[in-house]
Design a protein around this ligand. Sequence first.
Ligand SMILES: *Cc1c(COP(=O)(O)O)cnc(C)c1O
Length: 223
Amino acid sequence: MSIKQNLDTIKQTLPDYVTLVAVSKTKPVSDLMEAYNAGQRIFGENKIQEMADKYQEMPKDIKWHMIGHVQRNKVKYMAEFVDLIHGVDSLKLLKEINKQALKHDRIINCLLQIKIAEEDSKFGMRIKDAEELLLSETVSELKNINIVGLMGMATFTDNKDQIKEEFLRLKSAFEDLKTIQTSNCNLQTISMGMSGDYKLAIECGSTMVRVGSSIFGERNYNN
Ligand SMILES: *Cc1c(COP(=O)(O)O)cnc(C)c1O
């Protein structure tokens, strides 16, 4: 199936309130343009340099989402244009995003990444630490960031019950934390679900799914 057909098929299954992020990491601009020409405007990348290169080459009405782990020293390369950073997991990183956003006179939207998986390899904050961060005065003084939601990644497993449990953990954290409303914190988005599990994620309360291989095909990391 073509990229356009894949997109159309997926979009038909998504409720209106769910935002589709087309995860285009490793894929050439020609593939992204195929999705763009089919109407897709939100793209997700996990490497800042790759995203910046694609940003340069592609139409400027695209919203670029950074979905990968963010190194602080690279925030400056995306501060001018990034629309949403999914993987924010520390105060230090938030401060750097704020600093770089200020230089461009922008406000950058961020999601806090919450650790929901059993396995140790995944990044993310504990719910307790996220709560503390959202309540801290230091954060409320960061004028150039907006914390608009939470993001999580389930364990890489075929066990649907486990994935569901982890998704529900994020949903419940969201319900608790969204009661915290400050000048730059207003949680509305739950980013969870990828190609293999986005339907389950939506059943569990996701409002933003990050879908790559089901749109663009399998990734080949060898080229
Ligand atoms: C690669 C990636 C995705 C998309 O994965 P697919 O299984 O190809 O849909 C989603 N989220 C994150 C954080 C990713 O790195």
